[in-house]
Design a protein around this ligand. Sequence first.
Ligand code: SF4
Ligand code: SF4
Length: 309
Amino acid sequence: MADDSKLNAIQTNYLLDDAWSPVARFRLLSRGINNNTRLENYSQVTGDRACLACGNCVDACPVVKENVGLVFDQNQRTSMALENHVQDECRRCYRCVNSCPQVGKELKEYVSGFRRVEKIVHMLAAFTIISLAATGVTHSHYADALGGFEANLLKYAHRTIGVISILLPVLYYKLDIKHFRRTVKKVFSWGESDTQWFRNSLSHIFSAKSDKKIVRYEFNPVQKIWYLFIMSLFPLLYLSGLGTMFMGKAESAGLITPKLFHMVFALSFDLMLFIHVYIKFIREWFKTSFRMFRNYQETGSFVFTRGKL
Ligand code: SF4
Ligand code: SF4
């Protein structure tokens, strides 16, 4: 981080961990327009850090895309408008900061690395969960059809990946204790705002006249339940997996075995994972496809045009 950007690391970290659009404040922490930025020497704008109303941050923001769609009105394509669109639903993806021409390069580099450990652990968790499901299901259903070598290979791959998944929270704790603590603290903090969130969401679902919305802010109650679900199910999977390793004989004697529990836990985990993937990705693809289809009906083109959304 460069000293001349007057970047205060503590203040910057605070801004990045706050669930509020960070781009305007990062613009102000930057050095602003440089003399060399223009062909002519506009010395009066040197150091200017004002919003250019280019709308890059608005176009880049996933919350705007989801809640508002494309924004054509120039008044609504500024950092202030972005804050209004997003409010406390910011997901801390920092795409707005990275897309802003007024934010300095050193700040963008800092922001890009700020949640790197979280992202790597999340990616590894996704990889291990999918691999565990694939190896577990294949071994469970097709072990007889496979040769002995292949079946053993699958079995040991499943166990090895299981051990790797146990180590992921340790990795997260070791490499980024601050965000590890932040996550745990948020997940276990429950209060009146959560009750209100459920009330508003139910009102939105069951009352056609309701002006309430389902707000997907960071660590909303459903997201917290998802984290709690993962935290509680993983130990159950480990224990039932260990039981399966040591109680094979009980299974052949026709008893209810840890393997049965292991499979039930794994199945419920896979179902919840599918819902998670649906909410995060598939639902957005459906919404975008629907918007394109509606645009096609209105304009005869799949390309969104001004004022048609
Ligand atoms: S969700 Fe991402 S792009 Fe949108 S305001 Fe928050 S950090 Fe910026
Ligand atoms: S990306 Fe453009 S609109 Fe957004 S804050 Fe930066 S200059 Fe303003």
